[in-house]
Structure formats: structure tokens, C-alpha cells
Design a protein around this ligand. Structure first.
Ligand SMILES: C[S@@+](CC[C@H](N)C(=O)[O-])C[C@H]1O[C@@H](n2cnc3c(N)ncnc32)[C@H](O)[C@@H]1O
Length: 253
């Protein structure tokens, strides 16, 4: 298989991070905006590719869609099935979806394309499964433009850059619109919504980034400790700020 199915060694820890992120009010609003852009007619088949623990598949089913979730990671699918036993969840790669040609009217991929080595192949597959007039929505962050309030600016920049460098395609989100057009989609649009995190549980996201930077050799153990100590103090004092520009692209087949 040519594509990386997980940038994380530990599915459990990814699920915990996603659980923190997906419950924040901004994340809920962003998902809603994505559903609006998909505009599925009642009963339409919509596939959520890289569905993770299944939140969006459940949302789409609640909205009256015939929602199908697809993921490659058995741990993710197990978590999704445990949370939402009634959902249609399937194991497959983004480049070989278990749907007939033109079977879907909606295709959604949220925080997935940055993991793919061959996004063009994934978009060709999206075009195959979408009927003419079907809608596609891609959501994700640009990993090079994560903003963290810190007294240690230079160290913060190194942590963000080192974390981005561990991602297969860290800047793909800024290319979403162009990729959709190049893949033959029309009416492509792009929006950027800044996700702002100030709640204490956000520290777990920052721990992941800083620890990854240390593991990559970009910062020392002492720098990791100093940086996280500051962020934990900020969290305890209600002074934590993380802002992430989230790109939301949509187009028509
Ligand atoms: C960061 S998670 C996002 C999950 C979910 N979309 C969300 O927003 O919470 C990315 C998901 O994409 C899945 N994934 C990555 N590469 C994939 C591939 N080639 N085919 C299918 N799923 C893939 C991973 O297993 C993981 O569940």
C-alpha cells in the first residue's frame, strides 16, 4: 500500500486527542459548516473517509443521510463500532473505497489528507464514487501555521516546525482548492476558520506536539520540560491560547 494510514503509533492516544478537539464549540461549528457545504438531499449516500471514531458519520446519519464511514485503522473502526453500533462502518483505503461508481452524493474527509502520500489518487477515487452533481468537502489544518502563545517564541517556532516535519503532507490544506480543481471538480471554494483553544485540556494537544519535537531531536529534554511547564502554568491560570487555522474546501463533481 502506497499510503500512510496513521501518523500516530498509538491509536488510543490519537482517539483521546480527537475527543478533546471534536467537543470544542469551534469544532462543532466547523463540522456543521462542512455539512452545509455538502448539502446532501434527504436519504443521500454520503461517505466520510478516514472517519476515525465515527462522530461525523453519526451526525450525518442523524441528519437523514445514508452515511457510510470508511477507515483503514482497525483500532479506529473498533472504537467507532463500540460508540455507534448502528452505523455502516467499513474497512478500506481512501484509494479503494467499497462503493460502486457514482454511488454517493457526498464525500467528506476531515483531518485525513495530510496523512496521504498520494492525494491525487484519493481525489480520483472520490470522483469515481461521486455521482455528477455530488459534493466533496475537505477539512484540515495547515501544520506550519499553528499559533501558540508562549514567552518562549523561538522555542515555540522550533516545536511547531519540527512537529510539522513529522507529518507526511503538512501544508496540504492550503492546496485543497487547487487539488480539487486539478482533479476535475468544479465550483471549488475555500474557507479558513480559526480554531481557538483556551481550555485546560488543550494542554494534551500541546504535550503531543512538544514531545514529538523532542523525539525528532529538534528540542532537548530540558527545553521540553521548560516549555510544557509554562503551558501547564498558563492552563492552570486560565491563560492558555492555541489558535489553528482550519481550511475547509468544497466542490462539485
Ligand atoms: C486524524 S484522524 C481524523 C479522524 C476523523 N475524520 C476526525 O475528524 O476526527 C485521521 C483518520 O484517517 C484515517 N486514515 C489515514 N489514512 C487513511 C487511508 N489511506 N485510508 C483510510 N483511512 C485513513 C486514520 O486511520 C484516522 O482514523
Amino acid at each position: 500500500m502506497a499510503e500512510t494510514h496513521s501518523a500516530y503509533t498509538d491509536t488510543e492516544s490519537l482517539i483521546r486527542l480527537l475527543d478533546v478537539a471534536e467537543r470544542l464549540p469551534g469544532a462543532v461549528a466547523l463540522r456543521e459548516r462542512g455539512y452545509e457545504l455538502l448539502r446532501p438531499p434527504p436519504g443521500a449516500t454520503v461517505v466520510d473517509v478516514g472517519c476515525g471514531a465515527g462522530r461525523a458519520v453519526a451526525d450525518l446519519a442523524e441528519r437523514g443521510c445514508r452515511a457510510i464511514g470508511v477507515d483503514l485503522d482497525p483500532g479506529m473502526l473498533a472504537a467507532a463500532r463500540a460508540r455507534f453500533p448502528e452505523l455502516d462502518l467499513r474497512s478500506a483505503d481512501v484509494t479503494a473505497l467499497p462503493l460502486d461508481d457514482g454511488a454517493a452524493l457526498g464525500y467528506r474527509a476531515d483531518k485525513v489528507y495530510h496523512m496521504l502520500q498520494e492525494p491525487a489518487a484519493a481525489l480520483a477515487e472520490a470522483r469515481r464514487v461521486l455521482a455528477p452533481g455530488g459534493r466533496i468537502v475537505l477539512v484540515g489544518q495547515d501544520w506550519d501555521t499553528m499559533l501558540v502563545d508562549s514567552d518562549q517564541g523561538e522555542l515555540t517556532r522550533r516545536i511547531v516546525a519540527a512537529r510539522a516535519d513529522t507529518i507526511p503532507r503538512p501544508r496540504i490544506a492550503r492546496s485543497y482548492r487547487t487539488l480539487l480543481l486539478d482533479a476535475g471538480f468544479r465550483e471549488a471554494t475555500l474557507e479558513v476558520h480559526t480554531a481557538v483553544f483556551t481550555d485546560p485540556p488543550t494542554v494534551s494537544l500541546l504535550e503531543k506536539h512538544a514531545t514529538t519535537a523532542r523525539d525528532a531531536g529538534a528540542i532537548t529534554d530540558a527545553e521540553l520540560k521548560g516549555w510544557l511547564d509554562e503551558q501547564r502554568e498558563r492552563a492552570a491560570a486560565g491563560r492558555l491560547t492555541l489558535a489553528i487555522p482550519m481550511f475547509l474546501a468544497a466542490a462539485t463533481r
